[in-house]
Design a protein around this ligand. Structure first.
Ligand SMILES: [Zn+2]
Length: 84
């Protein structure tokens, strides 16, 4: 039984851990540029690492908002708009 009742406590624990991670560090490293904020390439003349243009996905910040945090922000905004 790969996905039965036995796996539910583990899943809850995993979700709680992820929620705690999202609360503590809402930003993760950009997957496109690995936190560099731009494209990195080696120069053909000097052989050293050079920075290219800013990453389009994170706009040069090198960080992205976690999916869980984005979800949390969306829920909070929805609730605030609903209860006003
Ligand atoms: Zn990036």
């Amino acid at each position: 039984m790969p996905f039965g009742l036995d796996s539910i406590p583990g899943l809850i624990l995993l979700t709680l851990c992820y929620a705690a991670l999202c609360a503590k560090r809402p930003y993760g490293v950009c997957r496109k540029c690995q936190g560099w904020g731009s494209k990195i390439y080696t120069s053909r003349f000097t052989g050293r690492l050079k920075r290219g243009r800013a990453c389009r996905r994170c706009r040069g910040y090198g960080y992205r908002l976690r999916i869980g945090r984005r979800l949390y922000n969306a829920v909070t905004r929805l609730r605030r708009d609903g209860t006003r």
